[in-house]
Design a protein around this ligand. Structure first.
Ligand code: FES
Length: 111
C-alpha cells in the first residue's frame, strides 16, 4: 500500500505523522530537499518522534534526545536501537510512502 500526503505538510521545522490502514504510525521528516519516513514510535521508551526534530539529517527523539539516522534507522547511540524505515518518494507536490512493510499494531507488532 501507499500513503500519499502533500509535501507542504512537512517542513524542516515541523515533521508530519501519518497512519497506515492498520493504525501503525509513521513520522515524516524533511531535511532540505530530502524526505524520510520512519516508525513514529521511538524504540527506547516509545515517544512520538514526530514531536521531535532533525539535527542535520538525524531524527532527534523529543524525550531523551537519542539521535537516529533516518536512512538506516540506526540509533547513533546506543547502537542496538533501530527504527523501521520506509521508502518515500516525491512526485510534484505529493509524497508517497510505501508502507507495505509496516507491522500491524492490532497483532501486537509495534516495531
Ligand atoms: S523515548 Fe526516545 S530516546 Fe527515550
Amino acid at each position: 500500500m501507499t500513503i500519499n500526503l502533500p509535501a507542504t505538510d512537512v517542513t524542516d521545522e515541523k515533521p508530519a505523522r501519518v497512519k497506515t490502514a492498520a493504525g501503525f504510525e509513521i513520522a515524516v521528516f524533511r531535511h532540505g530537499e530530502e524526505y524520510f519516513a520512519v516508525a513514529n514510535r521511538c524504540p527506547h521508551q516509545g515517544a512520538s518522534l514526530a514531536e521531535g526534530h532533525c539535527d542535520g539529517e538525524d531524527v532527534v527523539c523529543p524525550m531523551h534526545r537519542f539521535k537516529y539516522d533516518p536512512r538506516s534507522g540506526r540509533c547513533r547511540f546506543p547502537k542496538h536501537l533501530r527504527l523501521r524505515v520506509f521508502p518515500i518518494t516525491k512526485t510534484g507536490d505529493t509524497l508517497a510512502i510505501d508502507d507495505s512493510m509496516a507491522p500491524d499494531p492490532a497483532a501486537g507488532q509495534h516495531g
